[in-house]
Design a protein around this ligand. Structure first.
Ligand code: C5P
Length: 467
């Protein structure tokens, strides 16, 4: 699908409003529409949102210093001004509106707007009284009436100051629409990448993708460890899972900027810092915890990604005893009942399907990306079947019988299967490295999902190919 900004080069100016954090999502939306984006920040904006996050998402160094030159000696903001098909300033503070109205080019955002012949879109965000002040209103009027800038008026709502009123940054979709409208059918100004500020390439881009925040703003839920299905208050049926792989995924996602919730079963490795831990030691508790996190089709807290690395017991004792069972010479017969397949159930729920696979409710928009694991002994042939049956985007299959792979080892040899049919067999790698490779594909799936959501009402792509 071709985005409405495919081939376009857009300058995204961010100034120091609390709403600056929303610029991360605005950048994602512009990228999802196909735009090539150069981020420009005022010094105070860099205190609200990390330039590294924006660099990782735009694959360009962020321009935040008006006196800095590019490595080849060119002036970054002048290059952006000359090449941009549009400049969008969101959020725009009262101070920035004043500086712009009077041509005070002390920051790269103002300097770029002064130097460009491209249309400029401005989305103010500030406290309601500040926005209503005649000084601010006069500055907005100058930008709109004298400079011809498109103003995307702030919305009314709860403001950071505690006030209710106009001042909240406009809906991000409305801002993107305004950029699309401002460009209209003008020809692309500088299609040659050499005429645009340089993109990060090779090792620098790879390092940013790895150390940067390509999961910033995402909520990633990871399950880890085995489950313990009680026989009586002291005994249980368990498995050999230690939680190493799930914990590695949780740590990697955290280090890539995600908000992480770790749903921990029986885990024997240390739990990571700076992730929210929910204990769920039985399959039933894990199912409840995940349904609690899932939210509702229309929105709710929800999550963007579920990585189901836990070894969930397939069976549980039908009737666990309330008291410790005595030792008897006659032995013990246990009746086991099947546990629900939690992942398969979530795969259905997010698509609004019932157990028979028929439409039964509203699908989730956006639909979370689902990742399953399949521990096999011997052939990996059953993995593809699991991918389809559980309706996951990615299935990570490993042969737990192989030396150095599987339970309790620091390494894993896995094959990643994608819903589109692609398969990639990775070599024996440290579990953290396996986690990074999985998350690379999760990031690609999230980007594809967001791009699809921007371009049409259809179901987001079910087919995620391994890049
Ligand atoms: O079918 P199998 O147990 O091999 O599937 C493994 C995948 O399904 C893992 O991601 C595991 O966490 C998940 N699973 C589940 N509920 C179960 C059994 C497995 O969510 N009852």
């Amino acid at each position: 699908m071709v985005g409405r900004l495919a081939g376009r080069f857009v300058g995204l100016g961010i100034t120091g409003s609390i709403a600056a954090f929303k610029a991360v999502d605005l950048l994602r939306l512009l990228r999802a529409e196909g735009a090539d984006v150069q981020v420009l920040m005022t010094p105070s904006a860099t205190r609200f949102v990390a330039p590294l996050t924006l660099a990782a998402l735009s694959r360009r160094h962020v321009d935040a210093e008006v006196l800095d030159l590019l490595p080849d000696g060119r002036i970054g903001h002048v290059l952006t001004a000359d090449a941009a098909d549009a400049v969008v300033v969101a959020p725009a503070t009262a101070h920035w509106l004043g500086a712009m109205a009077h041509g005070l080019a002390a920051d790269v955002v103002t300097a770029t707007c002064l130097a460009t012949a491209a249309p400029v879109v401005v989305a103010p965000a500030m406290d309601g009284d500040m926005y209503a002040h005649p000084a601010t209103q006069a500055n907005v009027a100058i930008l709109r009436d004298r400079f011809g800038y498109a103003i995307v008026e702030p919305e009314s709502g709860a403001l950071a100051s505690g006030q209710l009123g106009p001042g909240r940054l406009a809906d991000l979709g409305t801002i993107v629409d305004a950029v699309v409208a401002a460009i209209g059918d003008r020809p692309v100004r500088r299609p040659d990448p050499a005429d645009r500020p340089p993109r990060l390439a090779g090792a620098a881009a790879a390092r940013l993708a790895r150390d940067g925040d390509d999961l910033a703003g995402r909520h990633v839920v990871v399950t880890a460890g085995g489950t313990a299905e009680p026989i009586d208050p002291v005994r249980f049926i368990g498995n050999r899972s230690t939680g190493t792989m799930g914990v590695a995924v949780a740590e990697a996602a955290r280090d890539r900027g995600a908000r992480v919730t770790l749903v921990a079963g029986m885990v024997t490795v240390p739990l990571p810092d700076e992730v929210e831990v929910v204990r769920a030691e039985t399959a039933t508790a894990m199912r409840e915890a995940l349904h609690g996190l899932l939210g509702t089709p229309g929105g709710g807290p929800g999550f963007d990604v579920l990585v189901m690395a836990a070894a969930v017991a397939d069976f549980r004792p039908a009737a666990p005893a309330d008291r410790k069972l005595p030792r008897t010479e006659a032995g013990l017969r246990l009746e086991l009942v099947a546990n629900p397949d939690i992942l398969a159930e979530i795969g259905r729920v997010v698509r609004g399907l019932d157990e028979a696979g028929a439409a039964a409710g509203r699908p989730f928009r956006p639909r979370p990306v689902l990742v399953g694991f399949a521990a096999e002994t011997g052939s990996l042939a059953r993995a593809a079947d699991k991918l389809a049956r559980k309706r996951v985007d990615l299935l990570v299959a490993n042969d737990v019988a192989e030396e150095g792979s599987g339970f309790g080892t620091p390494t894993n040899r896995v094959t990643i299967l994608a819903a589109g049919g692609a398969e990639e067999a990775l070599p024996l790698l440290a579990k953290r490295e396996v986690a990074e490779r999985i998350l690379d594909r999760v990031v690609a799936a999230l980007d594809a999902r967001d791009a699809a959501a921007q371009t049409g009402p259809d179901e987001p792509p079910q087919e995620t190919s391994v890049p």
